[in-house]
Structures are given as C-alpha cells and as structure tokens.
Design a protein around this ligand. Structure first.
Ligand SMILES: Nc1ncnc2c1ncn2[C@@H]1O[C@H](COP(=O)(O)OP(=O)(O)O)[C@@H](O)[C@H]1O
Ligand code: SF4
Ligand SMILES: [Mg+2]
Length: 327
C-alpha cells in the first residue's frame, strides 16, 4: 500500500467565542469530526463554500493550529500534541502555501531573506546556490533574490510563496486557495507550475479551493466540506460526473458543463449556510436539502461507500444513484 503522508482521525477544531466563557455549546465548530487520508503521489482537492472549515482544517493538518479533539498523523507518526521545536520534523514533511501571497510575505524582507526563513526554522543556513535553485524551480531567477515583494506581480509573489514552501524539501504541500487571489489568466500558470513540481519532485498536494473548476483541473481525488464535515469524497471523475450527496450536486449544478451541448439541471440552494455555532441536528445539510426527510434530523449520517463504488463515499441517508447525469 502506498505510503500515508497525512492521516486525520475524527479531527475537531472549535473556537471559543470572544468574551464568552468557554463552553462547547458556544463554540464555533469550524471543523467538526473530519477523517481524511492523503497518500504519496496524490493530489486531493478540498472544496466547499466559504466558511465550511477548509482553512481551519488545513491549519490543523499542518499543525499550525492545535486540534480540539481527534488525531493528526504525519508520515505515520502521531503529531497531535507535538509543539515547539519538536514540530521541526513535521515542518520538513508538510508545508503550507497560503491564499494571499501579498499578506503572507513580509514586505520588509527581501526574497533572499524570505526564502532563508524555513531553513533557519530548521536550525540551518542556506547557501546562495540553494536559494537560487529554489527560484529556478518556480520559474524565477537569481536577480530576484535581492528584490522585495512589492516589486513582483501577484503570480510571481505566489511563486515566491511556493518556493518558500519548497525550501525544506517537503513531501506534501497543503495549498489553501493558491490561485483565488490571482487573475484568471495567471491562475492556469500557477496551477501548471504545481503540476510540473509534482512530476519533477514527486510532491503530493492537498489543494483547497471554493472554486470547483480549479480543483477539477488538478485533483485526482476530491473531498467536499459542508459546515465543518466532509459530506462526499471520491475519485474526481466519479464525484464530478455523478455526485451522490445533494450538496455536491447543488454545488456542481452552478458550474458550467465543459462539453458543448451538454446541459445540467440547475439546483438553487435555498436558505443561508447555518451558523457553525449551532449546526442543525442530524445531517448538517438538512435545512437546505431538497431530499430531506424526517430521519435526516436524527443522527448525523456517516460517510460510507456509494452503491457499488468502494472509493466513492457520501454522508447521506438518500444519496443520488451512481449514474452519470450527463447521459
Ligand atoms: N480564529 C478563529 N476564531 C473564531 N472563529 C473562526 C476562526 N477561524 C475561523 N473561524 C470560523 O470558523 C468557520 C470556518 O472558517 P474557515 O476555516 O476559514 O472556512 P473556509 O476556509 O472554508 O472559508 C467560519 O465560521 C469562521 O468564521
Ligand atoms: S441526509 Fe438527508 S438532509 Fe442530509 S443530504 Fe442526505 S437527504 Fe439531504
Ligand atoms: Mg479559507
């Protein structure tokens, strides 16, 4: 079996409300029981509307945040409670690329200093050759080392963010909305760079995006989040062509179908996303679901295989049948 790079088991992350005494009932349940595995060589997409908990999950998985409950394993090691210097080996294996390169790069630091930071965090000092090599890997050159973030375009700044993540030669990059802040024309270039790096360096990725088209372009497997939980997961072609969960189906119905002449029934989601402070009982999607019945309010449905398809999972009492909706 292929090596596991990341394993999350029942991960929860609750944030206390400001000024309110800590009580689970009054917490923001940003991530509410997620189990998830990434193996070597995979590119997994994580999609969902804004506020579904994607960024929080990414930060817990990279141990930038402590989970409230559950277990985080990196490279087969339990790192749930690892802190401080003991996080160094975790950082060497898993790095994060952030959405907004403008905000994540220190404007007062030169590119050389920015790229040196991950080395220093590991207690080492990079040579100039190593820094130049990093720039080459992301399509920049030696002359950029002495420049400052404001001298670059958005796409170039994201390349610097990627170079910084590559500095310690990680196995897994968790990219949180890596192209959302970029112009559409530049998005493809950055996504192509990620694909090239995957082939050259044998990297694996989790690509977080609210844009389903972006994830479809890069990911072999996709997980769909709603209100802090994964409601559907599976090989991208199965999830995109035959979504089983009503939420996925609704999300996809708003995306244009790539083939000319093909049509897809449009499902308009009614109601707002409920607050993660008091999520609905039972199925978190039931307040907006077109298939909801009484049983949906009882217990939360568990992720389980969709009829006849072992790798395609959905958390729903009444999943859509596994047929292609394009036919
Ligand atoms: N530090 C925090 N304190 C309180 N609530 C937070 C914090 N970070 C995120 N949240 C809340 O957690 C939920 C999930 O947020 P987030 O993980 O950023 O979602 P996404 O990345 O899918 O948009 C949101 O309701 C958000 O307001
Ligand atoms: S469990 Fe019920 S409410 Fe939830 S998605 Fe399925 S049909 Fe809809
Ligand atoms: Mg986010």
């Amino acid at each position: 079996m292929t090596e596991e790079l990341l394993r999350l088991d029942g991960v929860r992350k609750y944030f206390g409300l400001r000024g309110v005494p800590w009580q689970a009932a009054q917490a923001v349940r940003a991530v509410d029981g997620v189990s998830f595995v990434v193996r070597k060589g995979e590119t997994v997409g994580l999609v969902g509307e804004s506020g579904s908990g994607k960024s929080t999950l990414a930060r817990v998985a990279t141990r930038l945040l402590d989970p409230t409950a559950g277990r985080v394993e990196i490279g087969g090691k339990d790192v749930t409670r690892v802190r401080g210097r003991r996080l160094r080996p975790v950082r060497r294996r898993v790095q994060m690329v952030f959405q907004d390169p403008q905000a994540s790069l220190n404007p007062r630091q030169s590119v050389g200093t920015i790229l040196s930071t991950p080395f220093r965090a590991q207690g080492t000092r990079p040579t100039r050759t190593q820094l130049v090599e990093l720039l080459h890997q992301v399509g920049l050159s030696e002359e950029h080392l002495e420049r400052y973030p404001h001298e670059f375009s958005g796409g170039q700044r994201q390349r610097i963010g990627i170079a910084r993540a590559l500095a310690v030669s990680p196995d897994l990059l968790i990219c949180d909305e890596p192209v959302s802040a970029l112009d559409v024309s530049v998005q493809a270039q950055v996504l192509n760079l990620l694909a090239d790096l995957r082939d050259e360096l044998g990297l694996s990725y989790v690509v977080v995006a609210h844009d389903l088209a972006v994830v479809r372009q890069v990911a072999g497997r996709v997980a769909v989040m709603y209100l802090g939980t994964i409601v559907e997961e599976g090989p991208s072609d199965q999830v995109y062509n035959a979504p089983a969960h009503p939420y996925t189906k609704a999300l996809l119905s708003a995306v244009p179908v790539p083939e000319p002449g093909a049509v897809r029934e449009r499902i308009v989601l009614t109601g707002d996303v409920p607050t993660p402070i008091a999520p609905p009982s039972g199925c978190p999607f039931r307040t907006r679901c077109y298939r909801a019945e009484d049983v949906c309010a009882t217990e939360r449905p568990v992720l389980q295989p969709v009829a006849g398809q072992t790798e395609h999972l959905a958390a729903c009492y009444f999943p859509e049948p596994p047929t292609s909706e394009r036919t």
